[in-house]
Design a protein. Structure first.
Length: 226
């Protein structure tokens, strides 16, 4: 199986990278690529699309930390079932209108489904054994309580990142099985980093990534396809 492990920064997935290196490209992953895309949607879209222009791996896994809209799940690792671009649009009359409200794109125009970017690879999602949640992807990290409340009331996300929806978008367009794992480092809006559980989130993320890779080794990649 050709595996790609990607993240915005190497620090988020370094223990998993080290674990894969010890495997010496043997066993179930004879070919493994690590792709560090850089932070944000633009960088993620560019580097992932550029990479996939010449190869088609069996599976792509994105790992990273994220902020949570729920205060009680700091440190927990979740798998993203659906993601969406939350701040792509315009504010009009104190109301946010996204690209679908503005009629710039149809809400079910591929790869979107009901305005979201849904992971259709049910077998893969189940194998993780993780709680499946919805996410939003933003260009501006949410710090304003009114913006946070608007997202919660209108989009009902559990986590927020700066790359997830772009990752889903590219993988759906390329028809490559994928998973996005996120560990919660902080509550949305909390900017005092002494209150973040960054080390715990990274540790949990990599424990889950390594556990997932061990699980995937028991399957042929055809099992993951739709």
């Amino acid at each position: 199986m050709h595996l790609v492990l990607t993240a915005a920064t190497a620090g988020e997935i370094q223990p998993a990278i080290d674990w894969l290196a010890k495997k010496n490209n043997s066993g179930p992953f004879p070919k493994t690529d690590i792709l560090i895309s850089g932070v944000g949607s633009v960088a993620t879209t560019y580097f992932l699309t550029n990479y996939l222009g010449s190869v088609k791996p069996g599976i792509i896994i994105q790992g990273g930390i994220a902020g949570s809209f729920q205060q009680h799940i700091d440190g927990q690792t979740v798998v993203i079932g659906h993601d969406r671009f939350a701040d792509m649009g315009a504010w009009e009359n104190e109301q946010f209108k996204d690209i679908f409200d503005l009629k710039l794109i149809e809400e079910n125009q591929s790869p979107f489904t009901n305005r979201g970017l849904i992971n259709p690879y049910g077998n893969l999602l189940s194998i993780t054994g993780l709680k499946q949640v919805g996410a939003v992807t933003v260009n501006e990290i949410t710090t304003d309580s009114r913006r946070r409340e608007w997202y919660q009331q209108n989009l009902n996300p559990v986590v927020e990142s700066m790359e997830g929806a772009s990752f889903h978008y590219v993988c759906l367009q390329k028809e490559i099985p994928f998973l996005q794992l996120r560990s919660i480092s902080n509550y949305i809006g909390e900017r005092d980093k002494t209150k973040w559980k960054l080390a715990e989130a990274i540790r949990n993320l990599n424990e889950q990534l390594i556990s997932l890779l061990n699980k995937l080794s028991q399957y042929d990649e055809t099992y993951f396809r739709i």
